[in-house]
Design a protein around this ligand. Sequence first.
Ligand SMILES: Cc1ncc(C[n+]2csc(CCOP(=O)(O)OP(=O)(O)O)c2C)c(N)n1
Length: 564
Amino acid sequence: MQMTGAEIFVKALADLGVDIVFGYPGGATIHIYDALFKNVKVRHMLCRHEQGAVHMADGYARASGKTGVCLVTSGPGATNTVTGLATAYMDSIPIVVFTGQVPTLLIGNDAFQEADIVGISRPCTKHNYLVKETKDLARIVKEAFYIASTGRPGPVLVDMPKDVLIASARYELPKEVSIRGYHPTYEGHQRQVESAMRLLLSRERPVVYAGGGVILSNASAELAELAHALSLPVTTTLMGMGAFPGSDPLALGMLGMHGTYAANMAISHSDVILAVGARFDDRVTGKISEFAKHAKIIHIDIDPTSIQKNVPVDIPIVGDVKDVLQKMIKLVKGKKEATAYRGKNAAWRGQIASWAKTHPLTYKPSKGKIKPQYVVEEIHKLTKGKAIVATEVGQNQMWAAQFYSYEQPRTFLSSGGLGTMGYGLPAAIGAQVAMPGRLVVDIAGDGSIQMNIQELATAVQYNIPVKVVILNNGTLGMVRQWQEFFFDGNYSQTCLPRIPDFVKLAEAYGAKGFRATKPEEVHDVLRKGFAADGPVLIDVITDPTENVYPMVPAGAALTEMLLV
Ligand SMILES: Cc1ncc(C[n+]2csc(CCOP(=O)(O)OP(=O)(O)O)c2C)c(N)n1
């Protein structure tokens, strides 16, 4: 049967099981919108900004493990997705962004609303396509989903010229996908796995350094099993929060610039590191020549190019984290070597426990002022640690990582790699769409929330009951903190004057607004806000002078932490 490109596109989405598309229409995609109007299978959520739409697709993907989908028009619609693409690219999140394009004949002619989005997005997508013929459309849609979700996941962009969407062709969705030169390695090499285990068991001061790859490969259960079999202390990156239960006695919390004292000391004094689905980001390593100087490094990653990229690795294992951990578990499970090893590293665990005891994550309460850490602790108490938490970027993000204990994967959604202010609210909406039964909280800063606050309108339109908690310190807190520490307190452009009345703003959008200005109000205001129906914004006026500790100054070694 002949169908238009627009109809083929929508049918392909339906046949691939896409249940929701986050998007914003325009002239180049108007035929698709007409086809969507007539298709009942694919829901469309109308966002208020294309950047919001991509972050929603991204939050949907992080919370559910499914691929998120975004649809925008050509030109400015397409360029507005770039920050969202780069955000997903840095954090290896599977999304597919579909863009409209001017008619093929006009490409390169400075046509109205033309942008070379394939060129622009090349460095921040895993792959991208310009569809040249209607007959290729269904195949390309299928390939895009395949590439986004396999191997090291990532964003894929498909650019669709208007004439391709108008012309007709037969609908043929291929059964299988095969792409020349693209064959991710899933199975870890058995002999490498064996040498890794030999190395690990020969050492006494092990640390597991777990990243977002553990979550992406759904390998949290395996990580816990291996760690428990050998009593391995586990530290996670920001992206790895929830990959290992925060309350587990073996959990050290986050490492790196704002990591715990115990995690940073353990990494610095370890003699072997098992890096699992992590990429040795500079926020994690600090001064690279000082990083884990005494340790041999085993690195498991599905992406061979991320191994040896930042640090020399002694035993590389390319493969799916889940497969490799399963192989490792097989080698030690129930074996007497495992029991012996738990004895062998006991002294080390004792040392780590004493580090954790001398410098726990803490803050000084101050009379009359609301401490942001306290707010996060209260959110944790009230949600019993079961919420899905999205964050914006800055101090709010770090406190959300430090003072909420994440017990399960896919419960902490944050822009780790790119550090995108404005990510949290749309990501929270996307997560709530994916997980309608869960409580989803966006922990926000007063600066970041203003970057995509228009998406409150989307939440209200579709009655998405996200709860936004603004840690309102009246400043661009994280930058202000750097100015205080490293620029003699020259607070250049970090004081945010004219902050809107967030409660009134929430109400103007049709959401509910609450406010706490004193410590004794925090608990009740949060309780009321979380219990209220629909989208809610809770403005908490916090101490503007509060800083995030510990802090490893940029370029310093992990042992050179500034402590409270
Ligand atoms: C889009 C974008 N612009 C600028 C920055 C640089 N930046 C990092 S943290 C920060 C301050 C964030 O302020 P706020 O949202 O109020 O959060 P707080 O640090 O006060 O919790 C800024 C400006 C960024 N990360 N992203």
